[in-house]
Design a protein around this ligand. Structure first.
Ligand SMILES: Nc1nc2c(c(=O)[nH]1)N[C@H]1C(S)=C(S)[C@@H](COP(=O)(O)O)O[C@H]1N2
Ligand SMILES: [Mo]
Length: 317
């Protein structure tokens, strides 16, 4: 019988980064079956299971609205900031691979009329999952383009009915030091927390992501559910959320607590304001050779600049 991978001709120009990644995985799996399933079954049953053939995404190559190609699935899942696991970006994927992401609930409460605890499966069935291809600009001056799957944060907030006293939204990551060795570090005030002003949270760009490249989110990217606020530095996009609380006071955030003068509450991407220790004027897009200019609000000014009318943006706090 012929190799099924070869039965459908695909021009290489049609292969998206994810397809390239998946077909490499399938190829490795197919090669394993031919070359020595007995030996492999003994040493790597887990890996064999986890490669269980995801359907190839046959859509056109993914790009953001500016025409930038999405980063590869491999880049997005192997270069991560997730201090609960490691401060080394390449170490996060292997250290988080067995992280328990189910069962999982998100408690939504505080200044709302209808506080409720949702299972992640409830959130997936309540809200249609959309694809949103957004730039992620880390405060460290690297960036990626990521095709998330998720739903607007506003949809969830509307369901619990914030009261008129609610001015901010606070988010909290799970605290589970047995599985997240980084949470043993005394240098950070765990659990990770973040916050948005309520009008920022209601902006359509603010997304709760549950997947990426059409696949269930992997632990290194914040499974099973994480925030994505693409006009702000990446640290605002908090991962593995278990609690969302509406408040009247501005919430503390982990990074603002650690270094107040370096990581503001607003943290809008702003190439005109340097970090105290480096320039924010340009960035390194992962996978590209030369640096590119950073954009005000990470290129999303049309959608969000009006949220800050009258504020002194040079402060970014
Ligand atoms: N809980 C938690 N969320 C987090 C972080 C973290 O260390 N812990 N790192 C942040 C930073 S600095 C960035 S740049 C993004 C990186 O997201 P990615 O690894 O999915 O690209 O996650 C953000 N969310
Ligand atoms: Mo970051």
């Amino acid at each position: 019988m012929s190799n099924p991978l070869r039965s459908v001709p695909v021009r290489s120009s049609e292969i998206t980064p994810k397809q390239a990644y998946l077909s490499r995985r399938d190829f490795i799996k197919a090669a394993g079956v031919v070359a020595g399933s007995i030996a492999l079954a003994g040493c790597a049953p887990k890996a064999a299971e986890s490669t269980a053939a995801p359907a190839l995404d046959t859509g056109p190559p993914k790009t953001d609205e500016l025409g930038n190609p999405a980063n590869s699935f491999e880049d997005i899942t192997n270069y991560n900031n997730y201090y609960e696991f490691s401060t080394n970006k390449e170490a996060v994927a292997p250290l988080s691979k067995d992280f328990t992401t189910a069962p999982w609930t998100v408690e939504v409460g505080g200044l709302v009329n209808k506080p409720q605890t949702f299972g992640v499966e409830d959130l997936l069935s309540l809200f249609p999952q959309e694809e949103r291809i957004y730039r992620l600009r880390c405060v460290e001056a690297w960036s990626m383009v990521i095709p998330w799957n998720g739903f607007p944060l506003a949809s969830l907030l509307k369901m619990v009915e914030p009261t008129s006293a609610a001015k901010y939204v606070r988010f909290e990551t799970i605290f589970r030091p047995e599985e997240m060795k980084g949470q043993g570090s005394p240098f950070y005030p765990w659990p990770y927390q973040e916050g948005l002003r309520i009008d920022e949270a209601m902006n359509d760009l603010a997304t709760l992501a549950t997947g990426m490249y059409g696949e269930t989110m992997l632990p290194q990217n914040g499974a099973p559910i994480r925030l994505v606020v693409p006009w702000k530095y990446g640290f605002k996009s908090i991962k593995s959320i278990v609690k969302i609380e509406l408040t009247d006071a501005r919430p503390n955030t982990l990074w603002n607590t650690v270094a107040t003068n370096e990581y503001g509450f607003y943290a809008n991407v702003n190439p005109a304001v340097d970090h105290p220790r480096w320039s924010q004027a340009s960035e390194r897009r992962i996978g590209e050779l030369s640096r590119r200019a950073s954009l005000p609000f990470n290129g999303y000014g049309e959608q969000v600049a009006s949220l800050y009318d009258g504020m002194d943006l040079s402060l970014n706090f």
